[in-house]
Design a protein around this ligand. Structure first.
Ligand SMILES: C[S@@+](CC[C@H](N)C(=O)[O-])C[C@H]1O[C@@H](n2cnc3c(N)ncnc32)[C@H](O)[C@@H]1O
Length: 346
């Protein structure tokens, strides 16, 4: 998904000129149109002053001519019946691409990687996903198919620079819009804890937006090292203060001297969030906000997690006072969705 600006058709030309002048158009993607609106792919959000009008959206923009030239490049190198099995999308993390390939393409992997490198001049490496995300640190095995392995990359999310160690930290570029949106929800002066921060995307977005204090906890020392490096990279634009903490979040919570001091708790560890819910009553102020993430069956995502969450919280004497947002973050598997729930808790 890519950040975009949705603007009424009548204003499209003026908007295009403004975006071009401000160097905000992401030229890797095509502009999309429907009956009433035009959607421009953006490198980062514009500052909304009176010049820009429109709504920020998250869209699957089609890539510009790159995928076409990849097909062109490969059409003489792959048997014609395999062209339709080429991946239609992939993950880009910084200047590397991570693909999932159909097993039928096995003998042609290096040629495909070469094609991707040739048709995307800014890309330096192509990796294949060779395992699922697994283990406590939620890491996936990647195999280099072409180019050179940089091991560490800088990934930009709406202008925020994240540091990702490709083989040692969890990172998904598909969470960018969620990080961005949560960053925009926080009010100045809030005290926040992100219990499973990974490379620290939520804290970096929040601190970029408002003067706040964010405790960023993760059990993986590589992830915390990435966050420390990113704090330094972004230091000129951070308004908030981030405290990187390498710890098991249960242990960290157990050692806290004062209970219920946080205005907001973020729990994006969707495969295990329910197991850590017991920490919420201890951490969250009365009337505080919880950002809860889980994997849920696609037919039940609008109500099942809210029901489970409210049942579990009742056990600790807390209840949901207000549902602020329920959002489908991404498709996780053929059956399950990654869901984000934002609630105010008594
Ligand atoms: C899904 S990833 C985090 C994604 C991150 N919040 C983001 O939005 O990009 C889950 C993270 O939880 C961390 N983790 C797993 N168990 C933990 C624990 N008991 N305490 C703290 N961190 C833990 C992993 O190291 C991993 O970085």
């Amino acid at each position: 998904m890519t950040l975009g600006l949705k603007t009424p058709k009548k204003q499209a030309e003026a908007t295009r000129r403004l975006l071009t002048r401000a160097e905000l158009l992401d030229k890797r993607y095509k502009v999309v149109r429907d009956q009433s609106f035009v959607y421009f792919p953006l490198l980062e959000p514009p500052a909304f002053d009176e010049e820009f009008s429109g709504e920020i959206v998250d869209l699957d923009f089609p890539t510009a001519e790159a995928s076409l030239s990849l097909k062109d490049y490969l059409s003489s190198k792959l048997p014609p019946n395999l062209i339709k099995h080429l991946p239609s999308s992939w993950d880009q993390i910084g200047n590397v691409i991570v693909v999932e390939l159909n097993p039928l393409l096995e003998p042609y992997k290096s040629i495909i990687a070469e094609g991707i490198l040739k048709s995307h001049s800014h890309i330096i490496a192509v990796f294949e996903k060779v395992s699922a995300v697994s283990g406590t640190t939620r890491i996936r095995k990647l195999k280099l198919l072409g180019g050179r392995d940089p091991n560490k990359v800088i990934h930009k999310e709406y202008g925020v620079q994240l540091v990702v160690q490709l083989h040692d930290t969890y990172f998904s570029p598909r969470l960018g819009f969620e990080h961005y949106q949560v960053g925009k929800m926080v009010n100045s002066g809030e005290k926040i804890v992100d219990l499973f921060t990974g490379v620290g995307a939520f804290p970096l977005h929040i601190a970029t937006n408002v003067d706040s204090e964010i405790h960023a906890v993760d059990i993986n020392p590589h992830a915390i090292a990435c966050l420390e490096e990113a704090i330094n990279l972004n230091k000129n634009r951070l308004k908030g203060k981030i405290h990187p903490i390498c710890s098991d979040s249960r242990q960290w919570a157990a050692e806290l001297k004062r209970p219920r001091i946080f205005d907001r708790v973020i729990m994006n560890h969707p495969s295990q969030s329910y197991d850590f819910l017991e920490l919420v009553p201890k951490l969250l102020k009365p009337n505080g906000i919880l950002h809860f993430y889980s994997f849920e069956p696609s037919g039940k995502w609008q109500w099942l997690p809210l029901l489970k969450l409210s049942k579990a919280l009742k056990l600790y004497g807390r209840r949901i006072n207000e549902v602020l947002r329920v959002r489908k973050v991404r498709v996780y598997s053929p059956r399950d969705l990654h869901i984000s729930i934002t609630v105010r808790i008594s």
